[in-house]
Design a protein around this ligand. Structure first.
Ligand SMILES: *Cc1c(COP(=O)(O)O)cnc(C)c1O
Length: 266
């Protein structure tokens, strides 16, 4: 089975009206309901995080009119700019879901409600320091590399437990759970295995976590694979293209290798 990085990229029509956004959101929610029911879970336990990266603000406004109140962005400066330009919308929360360079922690601290890609102690320290200055707190998800691919960011599963324990002393960070990007593959078993690894890690950590720390959340699943993620326990699914339409740029643009200059073009 070969990887098909862009297998899902061309199949989603671009939503251009509030009605189309309402329909897309309704369709995704229905898929969530069906997947939750099949897994014997309540769909109330699965949050939908619409991912609006690359989508211009005019179209984001339509999605908000259609009911979106929570948006995910992969690049922090794009997210900050949008949050400022959409600041007139009172009930809108932002999650930064992509890899973050330590020197950009200050941007996240300024506006984000959640950060889903915490993967180093240096970054945790920078966020804590910046959140102190802003007098804010942040829900964080620890990103775990569940696919073993060199190109993916995130901690090794074996390192995540100790990492979470250390986070207990950061009072500005609320450790909500774990996040992963599954392998990009048409092999559903390989994809699902990534979600299983994250769920088992979460269960282990929660069983042994020090008092007060209960990082139950599982941020996993995207347009092409969120049903399997829900089956494996996802509590937040991050869905972009199925709501907003296909992106022009290949996904490799958003998830370059860990050695590349990721945010140089942000
Ligand atoms: C873009 C992105 C998503 C959403 O992917 P879609 O294919 O648009 O559903 C989810 N998670 C992360 C980290 C992303 O960058």
């Amino acid at each position: 089975m070969t990887d098909q990085p862009d297998a899902v990229s061309s199949t989603y029509a671009t939503a251009e009206t509030t009605a189309q956004f309402a329909e897309n959101i309704r369709d995704v929610r229905t898929r969530i309901d069906v997947a939750a029911q099949r897994a014997g879970r309540s769909s109330a336990d699965v949050r939908l995080l619409p991912v609006s990266k690359t989508v211009p603000e005019e179209r984001i406004r339509l999605a908000v009119e259609a009911g979106a109140t929570f948006l995910g962005e992969n690049k922090v400066q794009e997210a900050l700019r949008k949050s400022e330009n959409l600041a007139d919308i009172v009930e809108l929360d932002w999650a930064v879901i992509g890899h973050l360079q330590t020197n950009k922690a200050k941007y996240v601290a300024r506006f984000a409600a959640e950060f889903h890609a915490l993967d180093s102690m240096r970054l945790a320290e920078a966020l804590q320091r910046r959140l102190d200055i802003e007098d804010r707190t942040l829900e964080v998800y620890v990103q775990v590399n569940t696919s073993g691919e060199q190109s993916k960011f995130g901690l090794e599963p074996a390192d995540a437990e100790g990492f979470v324990r250390e986070l207990a002393s950061f009072d500005r960070l609320n450790v909500a759970g774990f996040m992963t990007l599954a392998v990009f593959s048409s092999d559903e078993e390989r994809v699902r295995r990534c979600f299983t690894v994250l769920r088992e890690l979460r269960d282990r950590v929660c069983a042994e976590a020090p008092g007060g720390l209960q990082p139950h959340g599982l941020s996993m699943g995207m347009s092409g694979d969120f049903e399997a993620a829900i089956d494996e326990g996802a509590t937040t699914v991050r869905v972009g293209q199925a709501i907003f339409g296909s992106r022009a740029l290949p996904d490799s643009y958003y998830w370059p290798t860990g050695t590349g200059d990721l945010e140089g073009s942000a």
